[in-house]
Design a protein around this ligand. Structure first.
Ligand code: MN
Length: 220
């Protein structure tokens, strides 16, 4: 009895929603105004992120090797899969991370993380400058990252397209603790060609509590 109810539900559930879903924003679309505007957040989350998830689910349907894999595992072994899987798994992972490291109430790095930032980059301001430079100089579409590398050290990196530091195909590998989307779709409505202004505004909405949490998790 139990089985006969459960199985159609699972099949129906997978058919309707797919293996991956877009996580809800942890705040309202307008919560990051005036730094990130409501319309951009709405389109970015509901349309762009949704498209990556839809396309990734299509790849899952076409490739049994992706079945029941989580998005981190797919990224870590991305060289085994096709380009659509690479782009859309990256798009899903990157945006899922991005929404959580933003907040209407910006905080500061924890004592432990601040100490590590000062040690690695000279000062918090110097870190912000170096990270911003990495975001500014990423040619075309991509992301800037703060990562923890294999030796437990903080590092700034950037990746093209929807690649990320988890992927086995990128030059600088590690666990991302902070990421900034520098695709034009992330800022064009409000900032047009002024990527630099968008990057400055980003610092007003960083959820350092979440970055602290990710840092502690990655150091384990
Ligand atoms: Mn984006």
């Amino acid at each position: 009895m139990k089985k006969s109810i459960l199985i159609p539900f699972i099949i129906f559930g997978n058919f309707c929603f797919g293996q991956f879903t877009v996580p809800a924003l942890p705040y309202s679309y307008e919560a990051l105004e005036p730094n990130f505007d409501k319309e951009t957040m709405q389109i970015h989350h509901d349309k762009h992120h949704d498209a990556y998830v839809t396309q990734l689910n299509k790849q899952v349907d076409a490739n049994p090797a992706l079945k029941n894999k989580n998005v981190e595992d797919i990224c870590k072994n991305v060289s085994k899969y096709n380009t659509q899987t690479r782009n859309n798994a990256g798009g899903h992972y990157n945006h899922s991370l991005f929404w959580t490291i933003l907040s209407p109430t910006s905080t500061l790095p924890s004592g432990m993380l601040m100490e590590e930032i000062n040690k690695t980059f000279g000062s918090f301001d110097s870190f912000k400058t170096q990270f911003s430079d990495s975001a500014k100089t990423r040619f075309g579409s991509g992301w800037a990252w703060l990562i923890i590398d294999g030796k437990g050290k903080l590092k700034i990196s950037s990746t093209p397209n929807q690649d990320n530091p988890l992927m086995d195909v990128v030059a600088v590998k590690g666990t991302p603790v902070l990421g900034l989307d520098v695709w034009e779709h992330a800022y064009y409505l409000k900032y047009q060609n002024k990527r630099v202004d968008y990057i400055s505004a980003f610092w007003n909405v960083v959820n350092w509590d979440e970055v602290n949490r990710r840092y502690k998790e990655a150091k384990k």
